[in-house]
Design a protein around this ligand. Structure first.
Ligand code: FAD
Length: 399
């Protein structure tokens, strides 16, 4: 029977792939609990993703990947997060970055093609190490304290990055650095086996524990000239990018998983004050209805924006603020839905052995993934101000 879980799979290809990913997600759920308890990345889950060639889903078709668009990325990531949110967020960074590079072709073709070859042939994994203590969220455009010093034939990198998701299993790190003596920010593609690179296992948070988002230390890392893959311009520092839609998908996935736990509980829990399970009480049904109302609005918004972007909108200026707004809206919804699921399950959900308490901790992290709420609200306000100013010029009497 089709449920709200697969309601956005609108073609036979979607349904087939989603069913495949759904089976995997259900297997990952078992490892998620252990990873959380041990504060460790689940290596079994990463191997399972590689075995089904998931890391190649966004690699361009001409180089052996599936070349999926934004809508499919959101669809599969949301489902994966229902099994293990940490793994979904981690592999989401990898898939999103490759999607973005596929769309923009901003790197030298040979470098991108070689990376894609390794992803297709060996399941290589990549992520961006952009955050530092001094900059906070890189989406605010802070100057990296990691420096790239020009040397004969290349560069030397020195610095420390925080929040490097999937650090223990990455084959490549995309490291942002300031080129010494300039104001230029650049990105360098750094292979894991480079001398001077090490992981400092600092990650010990209350949630998303399975992401292993440790510090990356660059201690005199020597790189050839071609490791510089991109000079960051202002247009690269936009608050929201289409590829970041894997983030709202992840947090809505957590909300859907919490809803499922609440439904399962409500259908089976029957205290001796009732002659039927609590599923049939009006207080529980009010919460269930409210959860589905909120989820429905957030998911329709997310999938509509993804589809619109896939269709190459003529007016990105109009749609860009929605890329951020949809994340803010999805995370607010996910927080509210998980809270309601917790109310349905009551104190049972607070047991450390219960999956809901992990979802309750994990969902909070959505607030601290980009784009940040204040920047999103600001960009929406700017769009409205521009509209008012343009309206004023055309018709000074009324906006
Ligand atoms: C689970 C998880 C995984 C992550 N994975 C990665 C990754 O793989 N790679 C990576 O590079 N990063 C990663 N990050 C880092 C993430 O992108 C943010 O950089 C990080 O969470 C810090 O964001 P913050 O808003 O909490 O911190 P800060 O930017 O330090 O903000 C702290 C507070 O100060 C305020 N503030 C800071 N600067 C300003 C300003 N200019 N104007 C107004 N208010 C300001 C904020 O609103 C907030 O209230 C990850 C984060 C999480 C939680």
């Amino acid at each position: 029977m089709r449920t709200i879980r697969d309601q956005f799979a609108i073609s036979p290809v979607h349904r087939e792939r989603l069913a495949h990913i759904g089976r995997l997600a259900d297997r990952l759920a078992v490892h998620a609990q252990v990873a959380d308890e041990r504060n460790q990345l689940s290596l079994e889950s990463i191997e399972a993703l590689k075995a089904m060639r998931y890391p190649a889903y966004t690699v361009p078709r001409e180089w052996g990947g599936l070349g999926i668009g934004l809508y499919e990325l959101v669809l599969y990531q949301e489902r994966l997060a229902q099994g293990d949110a940490s793994i979904a967020l981690g592999i989401g960074w990898h898939l999103g970055i490759i999607y973005d590079l596929k769309e923009k072709r901003s790197w030298r073709e040979s470098v991108f093609r070689n990376l894609c070859k390794e992803i297709v042939e060996k399941g290589a994994l990549v992520n961006r190490a952009a955050t530092e203590r001094a900059t906070g969220s890189p989406s605010r455009g802070g100057k990296p304290q990691t420096i790239a010093i020009r040397k004969k034939g290349g560069f030397e990198l020195r610095g420390r990055k925080t929040f490097t998701t999937l650090a223990p299993v990455l084959d490549y790190f995309i490291v942002t650095a300031t080129i010494e003596g300039t104001d230029e920010h650049a990105e360098f593609l750094v292979p894991r086996e480079t001398r001077g690179l090490r992981i400092d296992p600092t990650w010990n948070m209350v949630g998303m524990r399975g992401t292993a988002s440790h510090d990356l230390v660059l201690d005199g890392v020597r790189l050839p000239e071609e490791a510089l893959v991109c000079i960051k311009t202002d247009s690269h520092r936009r608050a929201a990018s289409p590829y970041l839609l894997f983030i709202p998908a992840c947090y809505l996935g957590i909300a859907l998983a919490a809803r499922r736990e609440a439904l399962k509980f409500a259908a089976s829990y029957q205290p001796n004050t009732l002659d039927r399970p609590i599923l049939y009480t009006s207080n529980v049904q009010q919460l269930l209805g409210q959860m589905d109302l909120e989820l429905s609005a957030a998911r329709h918004y997310l999938y509509a924006v993804a589809e619109r972007w896939d269709e190459r909108p003529d007016d990105p200026v109009l749609l860009e603020p929605d890329l951020g707004a949809v994340k803010t809206y999805a995370v607010q919804t996910a927080l509210s839905v998980v809270d309601k699921a917790m109310r349905i399950v009551g104190a049972h959900g607070l047991a450390l052995s219960h999956p809901l308490q992990r979802m309750y901790r994990d969902v909070r992290f959505g607030l601290h993934n980009p784009p940040m709420d204040d920047m999103v609200i600001h960009s929406l306000a700017q769009r409205a101000v521009k509209e008012a100013e343009n309206g004023n010029q055309r018709d000074p009497m009324g906006i």
